[in-house]
Design a protein around this ligand. Structure first.
Ligand code: AN7
Length: 351
C-alpha cells in the first residue's frame, strides 16, 4: 500500500492504512500519487487518570510518540515528502531542533530522495541525531540556533531546486491536521486542546483540522519560559530551555498561532523548565507514558493554568521519551549495583 504500484505493493490488509490513504478525502493527494508512507498516524489516545484527578476534569493523552519515527512530524512529513516526490524533487531539506530532521531523513530514505538537515550544533537530543544519521541524511551542525538555521534553508531553497520540508511547507500542515480529525473521530467533541508550541506549525495544523470537521475547542498552547516569543509578543534572540525541541525564538507560523488562539478563545502561556520536568517525570512515573520534555509542556501548562469550564481536555504528547535519553537519565533515579549472589540480589531488591 505504501509503495503504490511497485512489484511488492501491499494491497490492503496489513495493519492500518497510512495517513494519506486514511484521510484521502481531506488531503490534496490522489491514490495514484507516489505516496511515501510508514503507516503513520492512528496513534493511541489514552485516559490519564492521575492527571484527570489533579485537574478535576477528564484528560486524555494523544500519544504522538507512537508514530514511526517517534514524533508527530511523521504526519506532516509523509505529505511533504510525497508532494516533493510528485513534483520531481530529488532532495529535501529542513532546519530542525531534531524531530523534523529525524522524520525528514526517514521519509526521504523511504522515498528514495536525498536529505540534508541543518541542526543547532550540540543542541539536539541524542536519539534524534542518531536517527537522522542512520537514515543517511547529511547532517549539518550549524554554529547557531534553530531560527538562524531556518532563515538559511529558506534562502538556500530560493536559489536551488531543493524541497523545503519545514512547516512553512503547506503539505506539512495538511498532514498534521489529521491528528485533530482523529481526536474528533474518537471523542466526538472536546472542550480544549493543550499543545506545546515551538515553530507553531502544529497548533496551526490542529486548528485547521478542527475547523474542517466543524469543531472549535479552546486551543491552549504552551511555550517554555526561556523561549516564549508568542507570550512576550516579541522575538527571543537567544532562546534557552531544557526542552530542546521547542528552543525557538521566532516561530514561522506566528500569525496563524495567534489567530488560532484568538478564534478559539484559547491562550498561549509559558511554563518554566522546572514545571516541564515535573510533568515529564509525573507522566512517566504515574501514567506510564514516557514523552520527551517538550511534549510534557502541554501537561505542565494544563496543571499550571487549568482549563476553565472544560469537561474534556486532550493533551498532545508530541514526541517519544526515548528521543532524549540524556535528559531522562538526569531526571531519574540511579541504578542499584549488585554482586551476582542471591543474598546481594535479595538485599538489592527488597532493601
Ligand atoms: C517534540 O523538529 O521544530 O510548534 O525542528 O519536536 O509545530 O514547531 C520540533 C518541534 C513540539 C513544537 N514537540 O511543534 C523541529 C521542531 C516536539 C517537537 C514541537 C516540536 P511546532
Amino acid at each position: 500500500m505504501s509503495h503504490g504500484a511497485g512489484p511488492f505493493a501491499i494491497r490492503g490488509g496489513h495493519g492500518h492504512p497510512g495517513l494519506i490513504h486514511r484521510f484521502l478525502d481531506h488531503l490534496p493527494f490522489e491514490a495514484t500519487d507516489p505516496i511515501v508512507s510508514l503507516q503513520e498516524g492512528s496513534t493511541p489516545l489514552v485516559l490519564a487518570e492521575r492527571i484527570s484527578e489533579r485537574v478535576g476534569t477528564e484528560v486524555l493523552l494523544k500519544i504522538e510518540g507512537a508514530n514511526p519515527t517517534g514524533s508527530f512530524k511523521d504526519r506532516g512529513m509523509c505529505c511533504a515528502v510525497t508532494a516533493a516526490k510528485r513534483e520531481g524533487a530529488e532532495t529535501v531539506i529542513c532546519a530542525s531542533t531534531g524531530n523534523t530532521a529525524a522524520s525528514a531523513a526517514a521519509y526521504a530514505a523511504r522515498g528514495g530522495l536525498r536529505c540534508a538537515v541543518l541542526v543547532p550544533d550540540g543542541k539536539i537530543a541524542a536519539g534524534k541525531l542518531a536517527q537522522a544519521l542512520m537514515h543517511g541524511a547529511r547532517v549539518i551542525a550549524l554554529r547557531g540556533n534553530f531560527d538562524e538555521a531556518l532563515e538559511l534553508v529558506r534562502e538556500l531553497t530560493k536559489a536551488h531546486p531543493i524541497a523545503l520540508v519545514n512547516s512553512v511547507n503547506r503539505y506539512r500542515l495538511e498532514g498534521q491536521k489529521t491528528a485533530a480529525m482523529e481526536l474528533v473521530e474518537e471523542l466526538g467533541t472536546l472542550d480544549a486542546l493543550c499543545i506545546p508550541v515551538g515553530n507553531a506549525g502544529n497548533i496551526t495544523a490542529y486548528w485547521k483540522g478542527f475547523g474542517e470537521v466543524g469543531q472549535a475547542p479552546r486551543m491552549l498552547g504552551f511555550q517554555a519560559e526561556g523561549a516564549a516569543p508568542l507570550v512576550l509578543g516579541h522575538r527571543v534572540e537567544a532562546p534557552e530551555t531544557v526542552a530542546s525541541a521547542i528552543r525557538i525564538g521566532n516561530p514561522a507560523r506566528w500569525e496563524e498561532a495567534m489567530s488560532a488562539m484568538t478564534q478559539s478563545a484559547g491562550a498561549i502561556e509559558a511554563v518554566t523548565d522546572e514545571e516541564i520536568l515535573d510533568a515529564y517525570r509525573f507522566l512517566a512515573a504515574h501514567e506510564g507514558v514516557f514523552c520527551e520534555p517538550a511534549s510534557a509542556a502541554s501537561v505542565a501548562g494544563l496543571l499550571k493554568y487549568g482549563a476553565p469550564d472544560a469537561r474534556r481536555v486532550a493533551c498532545v504528547l508530541t514526541g517519544h521519551g526515548l528521543k532524549d535519553p540524556q535528559t531522562a537519565m538526569e531526571q531519574s533515579g540511579s541504578v542499584v549495583p549488585c554482586e551476582p549472589q542471591l543474598a546481594a540480589v535479595e538485599a538489592a531488591v527488597l532493601g
